[in-house]
Design a protein around this ligand. Structure first.
Ligand code: HEC
Ligand code: HEC
Ligand code: HEC
Ligand code: HEC
Length: 189
């Protein structure tokens, strides 16, 4: 009887420890294909289509061009830019995260995806959570500000061009006409 209790207690502790470690772990990336399921209707602003039409979706492809070779040479980066950490950090999503955190529909070739700006979706990308903005933010959804843009659009980019936020945001805005007050980029001038 005593041993059974002991074993059960040990098992319970292990289950709790696992639950806590899972909760504390960084959420996984789920891929733009997952967001697409709920964010492609015109009525709600077709965010997926807007992203696909933007240069962000081509950011990995760009690293395979002659222009990228040139930029890499200037920056003193040797080898294939599509495999160089120095380039990938701004041209793909979650380049610093280990492979185990890239789950579901994550695809490196998708370049700078929704999750580059809105954060990894594992814990918020479900209908139950997403319907509630506060719950989404608590589950890791990032409401980006101009600082999010500047984490990549800065002088460390070998092809940096002045970042005038209002002009740039106008090119990638993906407002949901059905919501009040959304689609405003904080600090953007
Ligand atoms: C199962 C459906 C579903 C999936 C999958 C989903 N969303 Fe959503 N999302 C919603 C709903 C519902 C809303 C609330 C607004 C609306 O009705 O469109 C929302 C709102 C949002 C908002 C607006 C938050 C605000 O209040 O400003 C963002 C940003 C967002 N989603 C990003 C994402 C991203 C990024 C992904 C993929 C990682 C994703 N969503 C996946 C259903 C979903
Ligand atoms: C994870 C890095 C990253 C973040 C964050 C980011 N960008 Fe970009 N952005 C890029 C890269 C890389 C390109 C170049 C893509 C290409 O040409 O292949 C780019 C290109 C663009 C372009 C196309 C160039 C042009 O002017 O026509 C616009 C517009 C743009 N970004 C706006 C923004 C805005 C606005 C934000 C913030 C809301 C933002 N970006 C956040 C990396 C990022
Ligand atoms: C600090 C973030 C950052 C890093 C690091 C970075 N890039 Fe970029 N890259 C960008 C952004 C942002 C753009 C979009 C340029 C714009 O419109 O201002 C871009 C655009 C480009 C372009 C398109 C040309 C253009 O002028 O739009 C090429 C080619 C490119 N990058 C190659 C590279 C290569 C090769 C590396 C690695 C040696 C690299 N980048 C590293 C952020 C970065
Ligand atoms: C370059 C950064 C960036 C990328 C990439 C990006 N977003 Fe956004 N998104 C923003 C910013 C900035 C806002 C405005 C702040 C806000 O109100 O949420 C926004 C707003 C939204 C909203 C709320 C719109 C509203 O009017 O309520 C939704 C939904 C959304 N994004 C979904 C997506 C989805 C889905 C993807 C990928 C298919 C995506 N976003 C890609 C930066 C980005």
């Amino acid at each position: 009887m005593k041993t059974t209790t002991g074993v059960l207690t040990a098992a319970l502790i292990m289950v709790l420890a696992l639950a806590f470690s899972a909760q504390g772990a960084d959420p996984n990336y789920v891929g733009a294909g997952k967001c697409k399921i709920c964010h492609m209707s015109k009525k709600k602003g077709a965010q997926y289509g807007a992203w696909q039409a933007s240069k962000h979706s081509k950011a990995f492809e760009t690293l395979g061009t002659p222009a990228a070779k040139e930029a890499a040479a200037k920056a003193g980066v040797s080898g294939n830019p599509q495999e160089a950490a120095e380039c990938l950090k701004c041209h793909v999503t979650g380049s610093d995260a280990p492979a185990e955190r890239k789950a579901g529909k994550y695809n490196v070739a998708d370049g700078v995806t929704c999750e580059s700006c809105h954060g990894p979706g594992e814990n918020y990308a479900s209908m139950k959570v997403m319907r509630d903005r506060e719950a989404s933010v608590a589950a890791g959804l990032i409401i980006p500000t101009v600082e999010t843009c500047k984490s990549c659009h800065n002088e460390k980019s070998p092809t940096f061009k002045d970042f005038v936020c209002a002009e740039r945001w106008a090119k990638i805005v993906h407002d949901n006409p059905a919501t009040e007050g959304g689609g405003t980029l904080q600090g953007c001038k």
